[in-house]
Design a protein around this ligand. Structure first.
Ligand SMILES: CC(=O)N[C@H]1[C@@H](OP(=O)(O)OP(=O)(O)OC[C@H]2O[C@@H](n3ccc(=O)[nH]c3=O)[C@H](O)[C@@H]2O)O[C@H](CO)[C@@H](O)[C@@H]1O
Ligand SMILES: C=C(OP(=O)(O)O)C(=O)O
Length: 416
């Protein structure tokens, strides 16, 4: 199992190229199931989750051609309407094949994803929405069996805002008969990116970027070309790294308009930011000022950045509180950070952080994707060596993080 060995204390200086967004690429790849035409995608990140998704899509009969960040999909020969447990268990986003397969082929068999380290993460809203669209759904031996001759448009109001739930229902509704209204829809930029691709494929969608998506179903979708949006979580992760370790970095191929919540907190921490359309320069030479925040849906502070900002707070000059409102168990990094000398106490869904002058390197264990990133950030700021174990979590969602960090001066090595 790969590990990362970090010797902390180096300033980070230079440029970092941000990759395409994992959370946009995964639903967008599933949109390939909706058409017999060619889907030509660019800026697809080189991630373990993307490989898993392509493996899952290939086994349905979809063809995949890959050349660096370019991926072309063709769904003319799909003949297996199934997502098996072996693949779904390694990546929850596999549930995103359910809506498209059902809408285009009238049936699908998809393994229930189950919980994960950060929470129980049920998919009841995906199921409820598809049932409202007329699907007959049963659950047997850990599999969702869905059938519908033709989905029929209706109004769906999800009990809570769900990102992949919105994406699944949106994809299904594009091929349903008549009008579907998705109320309480997620407004995350990754949902918007998927919606824009669907429109390029011939879907009729109003209200893109809002909490009410109105979809007029069409009989078929066609091929299209699309570049996946830049990963705002990866961008914020590197900005947190410079906030913690100090330095002067410029991140490129980014979208500044979808990073407001993070940029505001970074400024509050004392990071000097200069912002262009597609780049952000971050300069930091002082001990960070602590920032308190609570996670919420977009455009609020993203849960996927919570752990990384907490890592910076551990060495900030004072106290802060961080409240997690999206997932019930997303503080798994706290005990590991405390092993590095951080002083964090958890009470319910709030962490109380007492910033320390210096963390001290130690072996730590990654428990989930963003927890892993937060431990890397803590390791970059800590004195001495930090060994981060179980980085397969990190590889799910970061495109060669250690290579990008080494290029800006970090002392970080992958140990096989
Ligand atoms: C691949 C992808 O895009 N993953 C992102 C997506 O996950 P994902 O789409 O799984 O997260 P959701 O937005 O669905 O989850 C939000 C909350 O709703 C609950 N819920 C959700 C669906 C459902 O049917 N029933 C239910 O109870 C979840 O347990 C959670 O407490 O959005 C999360 C919230 O921004 C991010 O952290 C993940 O990185
Ligand atoms: C929780 C995340 O991803 P996933 O939904 O794929 O588990 C994440 O990207 O932080």
């Amino acid at each position: 199992m790969d590990k990362l060995l970090i010797t902390g204390g180096k300033r980070l200086v230079g440029d970092i190229q941000i990759s395409g967004a994992k959370n946009a690429a995964l639903p967008i790849l599933c949109a390939g199931l909706l058409t017999a035409g060619d889907l030509q995608l660019a800026n697809v990140p080189n991630l373990h989750d993307v490989s898993t998704m392509l493996k899952l899509l290939r086994q349905t009969g979809l063809t995949v051609a890959q050349d660096g960040d370019k991926v072309t999909l063709n769904g003319a020969g799909i003949n297996k309407l199934e997502a098996p447990y072996e693949l779904v268990k390694t990546m929850r986003a596999s549930i995103l094949v359910l809506g498209p397969l059902l809408a285009r082929f009238g049936e699908a068999k998809v393994s229930l994803p189950g919980g994960c380290a950060i929470g129980s993460r049920p998919v009841d809203q995906h199921i409820k929405g598809l049932q409202a669209l007329g699907a007959d759904i049963s659950i047997d031996a850990g599999y969702i069996y869905a059938k519908a001759k033709k989905l029929k448009g209706t109004r769906v109001v999800t009990d809570m805002i769900t990102v992949t739930g919105t994406e699944n229902l949106l994809m299904a509704a594009t091929l349903a008969e008549g009008e579907t209204v998705l109320d309480n829809a997620a407004c995350e930029p990754e949902v918007t990116d998927l919606a824009n691709l669907l429109v390029a494929m011939g879907a009729k969608i109003d209200g893109i970027g809002t909490s009410r998506l109105v979809i007029q179903g069409v009989p078929a979708l066609h091929g299209a070309s699309h570049a996946v949006i830049s990963d705002r979580i990866e961008a914020a992760t590197f900005l947190c790294a410079v906030a913690a370790a100090g330095g002067d970095i410029t991140i490129r191929n980014t979208r500044t308009d979808i990073l407001d919540a993070a940029l505001e907190k970074l400024r509050e921490m004392g990071v000097r930011l200069t912002v262009g359309d597609t780049w952000i320069r971050a300069q930091m030479d002082a001990r960070p000022t602590p920032v308190s925040f609570r996670t919420t849906e977009y455009p609020g502070f993203p849960t996927d950045m919570q752990a990384q900002f907490m890592a910076v707070n551990t060495i900030a000059d004072g106290q802060s509180t961080v409240t997690e409102t999206i997932f019930e168990n997303r503080f798994m990094h706290v005990q590991e950070m405390n092993r590095l000398g951080a002083r964090i106490r958890i009470d319910g869904n709030t962490s109380f952080i007492d910033g320390r002058q210096q963390l001290i390197g130690a072996p730590v264990m990654a428990t989930d994707l963003r927890a892993s990133a937060s431990l890397v950030i803590a390791g970059l700021a800590a004195k001495g060596e930090t060994l981060v174990d179980r980085i397969y979590h990190l590889d799910r969602g970061y495109d060669r993080m250690e290579v990008k960090l080494s290029a800006v001066g970090a002392n970080i090595t992958r140990i096989k």
